[in-house]
Write a protein that binds this ligand. Structure first.
Ligand code: PLP
Length: 402
């Protein structure tokens, strides 16, 4: 509408904004969001509500009058609890001047990008990758380049070709974005790969933005996936993003954290003040409760539920002729390859309209030239087992009819 009325060249709105479009997951979801007979497996969240002890801590904070501005980088008890969380899950000592609570993890990604990107710079994303990330990079004015993980159907693993990653970087590359465990693939980067990436990036002045929001959702029994915080030096240009959203079922709280180099602690305060003056105060008190031993117990419970979802999905995939996967090492997604399907967006729309199950199209996680991702759909298996089972049965019938 607007663009019909005002020619683009006269609009003061930046082209990076005018060019924005809802990503493929959002477009599919808009077809039937909230419709009761539709089984939604499309978003990255469990159907469990946030546990009461976390909600109660936030309610108490409101009752106790914690309704004012706080330290822009987060209240001291929360930053201390995050430091202790790093100690017990990563065995890493991350000082308080390296920890900022900006609000949601998405804002942590944005602030990391704000730290490093200038016009004309680029960010290299290991893909397939959650689209909000590369859209956020584009909004900052960055060009986005992609380095696709490769399928290894023999070992049933996604693999990162480090040479390809490094070849994708050029003189204008300011950051490499890596999510491990990955969304949608569940791939996990090894400590050796992390060290090699650091060695490549250090002399070139390239930052690493390491998204570890699924860090504790791993299936090998470890307390956390390998973290860049375990291999980087305190002053390395490494930004580690984490979130309360997934392991504590707190997606609606919009709270996470960023570990960054100590030498920009003061600047992170100013950034926070310019972005949102810090995270919501009572949500921060909920997050303090999440990091308690009760929170650890809830995380174990949620992980068990994810394990059940993983098993249901594995049995489903094993029973199918046309669906394959590389089992995820972490996170809570099945990234399912549907043989013979070439248009994941069209298929996902058909699933909504006819089969009444919501999935995310593989094309949403990749640039248009990556046609290989168009043979995939993503489901979130962190769901009630019966509902997941029903959703997968609906999917099975639709694939049979393809
Ligand atoms: C890889 C990745 N990073 C970040 C986020 C966002 O986390 P938050 O809800 O804290 O913004 C998500 C959510 O799906 C994600 O998949």
């Amino acid at each position: 509408m607007f663009m019909d009325a005002i020619p683009r060249r006269l609009s003061p709105v930046r082209p990076a904004i005018l060019d924005l479009e809802p990503n493929g997951i959002a477009k599919v979801a808009m077809l039937a969001l909230g419709e009761p007979d539709l089984l939604p497996l499309w978003f990255g969240e469990t159907d469990l509500k946030t546990p009461d002890f976390i909600c109660n801590a936030a309610k108490k904070a409101l009752d106790d009058g914690f309704t004012f501005y706080t330290h822009p980088r987060g209240i001291a008890p929360l930053r201390e609890a995050i430091r202790d969380f790093h100690r017990r899950t990563l065995n890493a000592e991350i000082s308080l001047d390296r920890i900022t609570v900006p609000g949601a993890a998405m804002l942590a990604v944005i602030e990391a990008l704000q730290c490093v990107i200038e016009a004309g710079d680029n960010v290299v994303c290991v893909s397939p990758v959650w689209p909000n990330i590369f859209q956020a990079a584009q909004i900052t004015g960055a060009d986005v380049k992609f380095c696709r993980l490769q399928e290894d159907w023999t070992a049933l693993r996604w693999r990162l070709d480090l040479d390809k990653l490094f070849d994708t970087c050029d003189a204008r590359t300011k950051a490499i974005f890596i999510a491990s465990p990955g969304n949608p693939t569940g791939w996990i980067m090894s400590p050796e790969e992390q060290r090699a990436a650091l060695e490549f990036c250090r002399p070139r002045g390239i930052a690493i933005i390491s998204d570890e929001v699924y860090g504790t959702l791993v299936y090998d029994g470890a307390p956390h996936a390998p973290s860049f915080l375990q291999v980087a030096e305190p002053d390395d240009a490494v930004f580690v993003v984490n979130s309360f959203s997934k392991p504590w079922a707190m997606t609606g709280w919009r709270i996470g954290w960023l570990a960054h180099p100590a030498y920009i602690a003061e600047q992170m305060s100013v950034l926070a003040m310019s972005n949102n003056t810090g995270a919501t105060t009572f949500a921060q008190w909920g997050a303090v409760a999440a990091l308690s031993s009760q929170g650890d117990a809830f995380r174990s419970f949620l992980l068990e539920r994810c394990r059940e979802g993983y098993e249901i999905t594995r049995r489903f995939v094993d029973s199918q002729n046309r669906i394959r996967w590389m089992p995820p090492q972490g996170a809570f997604y099945g990234f399912l390859h549907v043989d013979g399907m070439r248009d994941s967006f069209g298929f996902a729309c058909d699933l909504v309209r006819n089969a009444r199950v919501g999935v995310a199209p593989g094309s949403a996680f990749a640039p248009p030239e990556d046609t290989a991702s168009d043979s995939y759909i993503r489901i979130c298996f962190a769901q009630n087992p019966e509902r997941l089972q029903t959703g997968l049965e609906r999917l099975s019938a639709a694939v049979a009819a393809l």
